[in-house]
Each structure stands twice: as C-alpha cells, then as structure tokens.
Write a protein that binds this ligand. Sequence first.
Ligand code: NAP
Length: 337
Amino acid sequence: MTVRVGVIGVGMIGQDHIRRLTGVLAGARVVAVADVDPERARQVAGQAIGVTVHATGLDVIADDDVDAVLVASWGATHEEYVVACIQAGKPVFCEKPLAPSGEAAGRIVDAEVAAGRRLVQLGFMRRYDPGYLALREVVAGGSIGAALLVHCAHRNPTVQPHYVADMAITDTAVHEFDVVRWLLDEEITAVTVHRPRPNRHGGDVQDPLLLLLETESGAFVDLETSVNIRYGYDIRTEVVGEDGTVELGPVAPVVVRREGIQGSPIAADWQERFEKAYDVELQHWIDSVVAGTAVGPSTWDGYAAAVVSDAGLTSLHRGGRVPVALRDKPGLYLKDR
Ligand code: NAP
C-alpha cells in the first residue's frame, strides 16, 4: 500500500517533510497540499506530479484521495486541523507543539478519547535519534541506578527575527520537556525559570534562560536554553544516577587535527543535527498508517509538554516555582511508554 499524504503548511519544515516523503522514505506519496499562502502552496505542488492544491487545510482533510495528513503549519493552527483529522478518522502526523496551551491540547486529548483510538503521532523527533535511544536504554536498563539529576543544554547559533522570549519555552525547551519525560518515564511536576545575565546578541529576547524542572520521583533537571550562542547547534543531555552517569556522546564521526588544534565539526542547525531522527520518525509514521495503529509520541505527550510550557511561561513572566497540574491520564494512553 502507498499512503497518500496531504500536507497542511508548506513552510520550512513542511517542505522538508515533503522532500523526505517524496525522495527518501518508502511507502508514501504526497497528493495534496494547502498553505495560508496559496502561491507558496502552488510552487511546492508544482515540484511534483499529481499534487492537488487546496484552498484550506480542512479541504485537504476532506479530500477522499488523502489517506493521512501531515500538519506543519504554525502551532496555533494545529488544534483545528488535528481535531478535524480525528473526527474524519484519518491518521495525522502533527509537528510540535501539539497546541500553544495545555487547555487547547486538552481539547485534542478529548477528541481522540471520544474517537476511542489513537490517530495522532506528534513530531517529537528526538525520540528517534540514535544517541537519545542509546541514552534511554542505559537509564531504563538500571546500570547507573535511579536517575537523580539531568543536565541539559539546548543551544542555537541564532534564531529567526520572529523569535520572541516566550518561544524559548514553547518552541525550544519544549523538546527537553518531552525528552526528559520519555527518558525518565515520569511526569514533570514543577518548573522554575531563572534569567541569567543576558547575551548581548539577544536583542529584546531574554537569553539565555536557566530552567529547573522537578519530576514525580524527585529528580531535578537543569536546562539551559541559549539561542544566540553563535558557535553552532549543540544539544547536551547527561543523566546522573546513583551508581554512574550517562550522557549523549559526540555527534561528529571524526576528530580533525590541524594547525595545532584538535577538533570535531559541530552541527550548524537542528536539520543537520537531527536529520536521521526526522527520517526515522516519518518512516515510523508511514509504517504505522499502513499497520492501522498510531504509535510514537502521542497526543498525551503533546498535552503534557504543553502544560509544562504553560507553567514555564508563568514562571518566566511572574517568577518563582510553578507546579504542573496534569489531568488524569486517559486509559487510551496508559500502555504508551
Ligand atoms: P514556517 O516556515 O513559518 O511554515 C509554516 C507554514 O504554514 C507557512 O507557510 C505558513 O504560511 C503556513 N500556515 C500558517 N497558518 C496556516 C494555516 N492556518 N493553514 C495552512 N497553512 C498555514 O514554520 P516552520 O518552521 O516550518 O514550522 C512549522 C511547525 O513545525 C511549527 O509548529 C514548528 O514549531 C514546527 N517545527 C518543528 C521542528 C522540530 O524540530 N520538530 C522544527 C521546525 C519546525 P505563512 O508563512 O504565509 O504564514
């Protein structure tokens, strides 16, 4: 079976996923697109044969020739499209964040619970990165004992002009909110955001931030977000256990020595660093559509990350420690890990 995919939102990552679905992965074909900018949609559709351009994302979902939908529009638009997919019974891959608030994400949980089956895979691609998978295997295997602390850094060389202070929480740190829950297999219970001395490259954006997350078991997670660090895109995670530690290894496959210096290349951006993870996550999605059961990061994971983001924003703006209040986990998501 070839899965016929409709894509809503053909900006940066939408186009990258179309390239992946069309030329890299097996088992899928892009048959329809829509974008709030119709000219952009026409341009993207024109690069392949047999791609229909629809006026709206809802038209993509309603298209009988579309088996499954990929949502890559702005986060604030995800709720409408993901709920419409669930109501139409169509599998949907939704880029992160699931929604801009815990309240909006909760409505998507309600829709999927009402449908009685998982239809959503969320784009938390770090779960498919070979380094993170190896890290999790060590933590879950128990050889370093119970996890007590996690040290994380999320560093970008620069950000786009539309980046505002809140995005350090909702767009940047949200990846760690998910990956920490997944690594430790527990929920985050409180967030405190500190504002260190600002980077002179940051302009109006408060940068860096230092977040302290607390988890159900009492583990503490410190997370640095630096989005104007200039030297490269650098993601770090180290778990400190009772008997040892485990951390992401160097990503570069080679060490270069020249002119008196030894070094390894650093990724320029997130596309380069996580290229393999994006490929694996999307192949996983196609395979799950064929199999008829959604797998991977779920609506619940998107909801939990959104509620942690809410708490992070409150702490960023009002200061202090903010508890995270999740609703009870519906049975639909209990067997996910
Ligand atoms: P982008 O380049 O701005 O692309 C978004 C596209 O969606 C634009 O073409 C935009 O049009 C269009 N759009 C906006 N509202 C729409 C609507 N209601 N219906 C249809 N199309 C609409 O942004 P991006 O960087 O690709 O990000 C898109 C999403 O992917 C975001 O949620 C982002 O957080 C996520 N993302 C995830 C990762 C990851 O690591 N997993 C990486 C990058 C992005 P206009 O520009 O004309 O408004």
